[in-house]
Design a protein around this ligand. Structure first.
Ligand SMILES: Cc1cc2nc3c(=O)[nH]c(=O)nc-3n(C[C@H](O)[C@H](O)[C@H](O)COP(=O)(O)O)c2cc1C
Length: 245
């Protein structure tokens, strides 16, 4: 009888231990990854990220996605106020420029190498000061020196060219970029973000400056729509393009 009682107790103990271990997995919080605002490194499959300033992956794609954006051309303090800025976005916990965000979406859809058109001199962190400097550069038709350079332009047949509208024009650094390279024989696909001016005259300007290139219809969107931006609009635009293979 003693033996039976002992066996019964052992059985009860085993059952209660198994029960406990099941409860542990179903009732206590799972091992949650803490929410983070730290940007993770960009890969082409990742959500858009500030990422390295220039990513020349050169892994066989014939597509270069060259873009200018205020974010990559400004030394912002760590506590930059992205919420109230017209040209800074937080997507998936990561700070991105408006034009950069579109560039990243293009890369996610068609692949290619991202390339930031980066000036040697940074722009002021203060938005209004940058607006003033942009006006001055525009009036002077300045050609800011560039810190980034495309290594193997011959590898690319398609150049996506992205920029924010600055004073109804392209930022002067984009002119510096177009002055530096002869894009004859290539297909240029412009994209632009703006406060509402869209491309202004810039498609024609690109055609004039790169007369030997084929310039396709571009994509443009407003800065005010970036927070709720539908990535499908970029996908739909891209699927209608006849890009050289
Ligand atoms: C110097 C400067 C000039 C601008 N000029 C115009 C303009 O003429 N028309 C317009 O619609 N938006 C203008 N904007 C707004 C930007 O085009 C817009 O916020 C853009 O999405 C910023 O893109 P980014 O974050 O990639 O720099 C200007 C912004 C700056 C900083």
């Amino acid at each position: 009888m003693k033996k039976i009682r002992l066996s019964f107790c052992v059985l009860l103990l085993i059952i209660s231990l198994v029960g406990c271990s099941n409860n542990t997995s179903s009732e206590t919080p799972q091992n949650k990854t803490p929410a983070t605002t730290t940007p993770s490194p960009t890969t082409s499959a990742d959500a858009p990220s500030a990422g390295p300033e220039s990513e020349n992956k050169g892994e066989g794609s014939n597509i270069l996605i060259a873009y200018f954006t205020r974010l990559g051309n400004t030394d912002f303090p760590d506590d930059v106020d992205a919420i109230s800025s017209a040209s800074l976005l937080v997507k998936d916990g990561t700070l991105v420029g408006n034009t950069q965000y579109i560039a990243n979406l293009i890369q996610q859809n068609v692949g290619g190498d991202l390339f930031l058109i980066e000036t040697s001199e940074k722009y002021p962190a203060d938005y209004d000061e940058t607006v003033d400097q942009g006006k001055k550069e525009n009036d002077e038709k300045a050609r800011p020196a560039l810190a980034s350079h495309v290594e193997k332009l011959d590898n690319y047949d398609v150049i996506f060219l992205g920029f924010p509208n600055w004073w109804y024009d392209m930022p002067m650094a984009v002119y510096s970029f177009l002055d530096e390279y002869d894009l004859s024989g290539k297909t240029i696909v412009p994209f632009c973000t703006s406060g509402g001016s869209s491309f202004s005259k810039n498609i024609d300007t690109i055609k004039e400056l790169e007369s030997g290139a084929t310039v396709l219809d571009g994509f443009t969107t407003r800065d005010s729509s970036m927070d709720d931006f539908s990535p499908d609009s970029v996908k739909d635009w891209l699927s209608g393009l006849d890009l050289p293979k």
